[in-house]
Design a protein around this ligand. Structure first.
Ligand code: NAP
Length: 502
């Protein structure tokens, strides 16, 4: 394998200063570092960077890449120049070089041996449009270039394709396989369990889709510790890239020193994901938009309350792939509201009629509150009202009504539409406003309520409570709430900083 670490830090920038700064970070964090020379703006910059490198000794194993545009890289020069840069890189201390199969096919291996003598050769093939139908044939062609190792990176649009690629990689010791694309993010990390598992993690700039950055792969996922014994958990949704559940759940595993990892799965088709549960060894998962309702038809058992709500956000995998569903949004709502409002006998308005609104309605009614529902689609609102014995309220009449609490269960006001609010200030005649949105923490709705002197609660609290309840269902013991909260708040703060600067 290349270097002592399976997580290869990727250094990619257009100027020498930034490359060098990234290299310093990468060399500290990983035993394997890829230098994307093709990202440097011109030949002169590549030469400057490599002569600087030659004057230093790095502790990590360096892999030089100068990928040409025709193979998906950024290098515009001819193959002869590309080889000169790679030869300079080897002389400057790179133990390995990556040569794409398109260039390798035009250079006799003997020529490469002479030009790049001591450097070890990784021949790579990239399939940006999709999986090649015949992987053994691809590998057989690449082996003609007498490499020390081959790498096949292919775009995978489903979990099934990721698994197929991983199985091929498992069958060959001389091959690294890299699934690409947004659906490949979790499988990329899971692939690190394999003896020849390898994952690229950029210091700053992603060089392919599906990469997790270097900081997160170590700090959030602790992916370097992954083995076949590690339990796999995750969250399924579409989109899923911005979920903060990995921060929350992984912090819990780290605090209790549990050998488990929680990953985001971009899932377009539920049947594709469900088929992958056993081969990937998934032990449990969270479910988010748009799968909370449809997942129920895939379950072997379902908590009666979740079934009544009609939405499942937590699944436990038992025995040989049997799935059991729960709804912890319900728990989250109750934890947030019970602390602040005497629910029995209170009157609460729910805005929205989706999955979250249903969980809120059930939680409130079972605690003795009477529920009013206001939504833009009468039919959906009516269905909730009928299920819980609530009443419908017209949007236009809200300013004349009083409630003990108002709950926003629509996504109106969620990032990036922070300036929007589902209600106007004059509609807020209540003691408490609870916005289920947690991004941003202070939504426009909450700001309007604060200005009227009304108590406010952010969706962060519900998010935290529902996530803790999930962790406890999976682990069967008390969650380290303090550590989970700290990790979630730190992630939210990191996100908010760049937004505040704008
Ligand atoms: P959902 O099933 O898609 O329902 C969204 C509801 O909002 C639907 O009734 C929808 O109406 C309504 N809506 C959407 N855009 C609207 C607009 N511009 N004006 C008026 N109504 C609008 O989604 P969900 O799962 O219930 O989630 C809703 C919100 O709850 C999200 O913001 C989510 O972040 C939040 N949530 C938070 C937590 C937490 O832990 N904090 C947990 C779950 C959900 P139509 O049916 O007419 O589209």
């Amino acid at each position: 394998m290349i270097g002592k670490d399976k997580i290869c830090a990727v250094v990619a920038a257009s100027d020498v200063g930034s490359m060098w700064r990234q290299l310093a970070v990468a060399d500290r964090a990983s035993g394997t570092v890829e230098l994307r020379l093709d990202w440097l703006a011109e030949d002169r910059e590549i030469s400057r960077f490599l002569s600087r490198l030659a004057r230093h000794t790095m502790k990590s194993t360096l892999l030089a890449t100068c990928r040409r545009r025709s193979a998906g890289g950024r290098y515009r020069g001819p193959i002869a120049r590309q080889l000169v840069h790679l030869a300079d890189a080897v002389r400057a201390g790179c133990a390995w070089y990556d040569l794409e199969v398109e260039s390798a096919a035009l250079c006799p291996p003997e020529l490469l041996d002479v030009m790049l003598g001591p450097g070890r050769r990784l021949v790579s093939a990239h399939f940006f449009k999709g999986m090649p139908p015949n992987l053994p044939l691809v590998a057989a062609r690449m082996v003609r270039n007498c490499p020390d190792l081959i790498k096949i990176a292919a775009r995978c649009d489903s979990l099934r394709e990721c698994i197929r690629l991983a199985q091929f990689g498992r069958s060959r010791r001389d091959t690294i396989v890299i699934p690409m694309g947004d659906a490949a993010l979790a499988p990329r990390v899971i692939g690190l369990r394999e003896p020849n598992g390898f994952a690229y993690a950029p210091v700053e700039n992603a060089t392919a889709s599906g990469q997790i950055d270097l900081r997160d792969i170590h700090e959030v996922y602790r992916a370097e510790q992954l083995t076949y014994k590690t339990s796999i958990y995750g969250v399924i949704g579409n989109p899923i890239g911005h979920s903060l559940s990995p921060q929350l759940q992984n912090a819990g595993f780290a605090a209790r020193q549990i050998d488990a990892i929680y990953l985001p799965f971009l899932v377009q088709r539920l049947d594709d994901f469900v088929e992958g549960i056993e081969p990937l060894g998934i032990r449990g998962f969270s479910v988010t938009i748009p799968h909370k309702e449809r997942i129920i038809s895939y379950l072997d058992g379902c908590d009666p309350l979740a079934r009544a709500i009609g939405a499942v956000n937590t699944v436990v995998v038992r025995g040989k792939g049997k799935l059991y569903g729960y709804n912890t949004d319900y728990v989250g709502v109750l934890q947030v509201l019970e602390r602040r409002v005497r629910l029995r006998g209170s009157r609460v308005l729910i805005v929205g009629a989706g999955g979250a609104a249903r969980a809120v309605a059930f939680a409130l009614v079972r605690s003795g509150a009477s529920v009013c529902i206001c939504a833009r689609r009468q039919k959906k609102a009516q269905a909730i009202a009928e299920a819980v014995g609530g009443t419908l309220v017209e949007w236009s009449s809200l300013h004349r009504k009083f409630f003990d609490a108002i709950v926003n269960a629509t996504p109106v006001g969620m990032h990036p539409f922070e300036s929007e609010s589902p209600l106007e200030a004059r509609d807020l005649n209540c003691r408490l406003v609870f916005d289920t949105i947690y991004r941003p923490r202070r939504t426009k709705l909450l700001q309007l309520a604060e200005r009227r002197g009304i108590e406010t609660v952010s969706g962060v609290e519900m998010f935290m409570a529902q996530g803790v309840a999930q962790w406890e269902i999976w682990m069967g013991r008390r969650a380290p709430v303090k550590e989970m909260r700290a990790s979630l708040l730190a992630a939210l703060k990191r996100e908010e900083k760049p937004r505040e600067k704008k």
